[in-house]
Ligand binder design. Structure first.
Ligand SMILES: [Mg+2]
Length: 279
C-alpha cells in the first residue's frame, strides 16, 4: 500500500471521528496568531533570501536552455517559444498572504483573493523581468497561460497584471486565461503547432503536464521522479509553500475551507513521518 493511500485512510478516519458540520468563513473560529498554520510558509515567502535565490536559479536554468536552443537552432525550425504560468511563477502576491495573516485567516481565502487581484497588487518574481526581456530581445516569444477566475473581468485583469509588470508580449495573442479548467494541455498543444517550446515555467506540476493532476501524495512524487531529467531542462519549477495542487493532494481540493477538520488533516500531513522517541 502506498504511503498516500495510508494517509488518505488515516485522514478519513479522523474525518469520521470529528464529523462536525463544515465550518464556513463566517463561523470559523479564527486561528490565534500563534497557531496560524500559514505563518512559516508566509514568513518564508516574505523574508527568505533562499526563496528569492530559487527564482534566480530557475530563471538562470531557463536562460541556459534558451541559449542552447538559440545556438542549436536550424533555419527550418519552428520559431522558439517559452510558456509560463503567472501566479507564483512570474508574479508574487506577498501582500495578499500578509493580509490573510493579519486577518487571522489560516487557509486560502478565495473571496479576498478575487478582491485583491482586482487591485493589482502582484509584483514580478526575482529575475522574471530580466529573463522574459532576454527572451524577447532574442526573438523568442513568451506565452502566458494561467488559471484564474475573477468573472468576466478575469482576462483584462490578468493582461493588466502583465502590462503593469512590464513583461514583453503582454497582449491578447500571448495570454490565455483558463477559467473553467486547470488543464493547460490543449493550450500548450496549440502553441506547439507553430512553435518549438524551449522551456515551460511554473510553480505547480500541472503547469507542465496534466499527468501530474492526481490526488495521491505518493503518486505525485513517483511521477516527478519518473520525469527527473526534465526538471531544470524543459520543466523549470519555482517554490510555492502556500498553495497549489500539493494542497489538493492533501485535502482533495485546492482551496480547502478554514475549519477544525482541515487543520487536523494538515497536521496529519505534517506528521506523515514523525519521530517517536524511544524510552
Ligand atoms: Mg501558479
Amino acid at each position: 500500500m502506498r504511503i498516500a493511500g495510508y494517509l488518505s485512510i488515516t485522514l478519513s478516519c479522523w474525518l469520521a471521528a470529528c464529523a462536525p458540520a463544515p465550518l464556513t468563513e463566517n463561523n470559523d473560529p479564527a486561528a490565534s496568531d500563534s497557531s496560524n498554520n500559514l505563518l512559516y510558509a508566509v514568513a518564508w515567502k516574505q523574508t527568505a533570501a533562499e526563496y528569492e535565490a530559487l527564482y534566480l536559479q530557475g530563471f538562470n536554468m531557463a536562460r541556459l536552455q534558451v541559449q542552447q536552443a538559440l545556438a542549436n537552432r536550424n533555419s527550418t525550425d519552428k520559431p522558439l517559444a517559452v510558456i509560463s504560468d503567472l501566479d507564483d511563477t512570474l508574479l508574487l502576491a506577498h501582500d495578499y498572504w500578509g493580509y490573510l495573516i493579519n486577518a487571522d485567516r489560516d487557509f486560502f481565502d478565495d473571496i479576498a483573493w478575487d478582491r485583491w487581484i482586482a487591485e493589482q497588487g502582484v509584483f514580478p518574481s526575482p529575475g522574471a523581468l530580466e529573463f522574459l526581456r532576454y527572451c524577447a530581445s532574442n526573438g523568442i516569444e513568451v506565452f502566458y497561460v494561467t488559471n484564474r477566475d475573477q468573472g468576466d473581468i478575469t482576462f483584462d485583469l490578468a493582461l493588466q497584471s502583465l502590462q503593469t509588470a512590464g513583461f514583453p508580449y503582454a497582449d491578447a495573442e500571448h495570454l490565455t486565461v483558463l477559467r473553467e479548467t486547470s488543464n493547460k494541455e490543449a493550450v500548450q498543444d496549440s502553441i506547439r503547432e507553430n512553435h518549438k517550446v524551449v522551456v515551460m515555467l511554473g510553480d505547480n506540476l500541472n503547469d507542465f503536464s496534466r499527468k501530474f493532476y492526481v490526488t495521491d501524495v505518493s503518486e505525485r512524487k513517483n511521477l516527478v521522479h519518473g520525469e527527473q531529467a526534465r526538471f531544470g531542462q524543459d520543466y523549470i519549477i519555482f517554490p510555492n509553500p502556500t498553495d497549489g495542487h500539493w494542497i489538493r493532494a492533501i485535502f482533495g481540493e485546492s482551496e480547502p475551507i478554514a475549519s477544525a477538520q482541515n487543520r487536523t488533516i494538515l497536521k496529519a500531513a505534517a506528521t506523515l513521518r514523525a519521530w517517536v522517541p524511544s524510552g
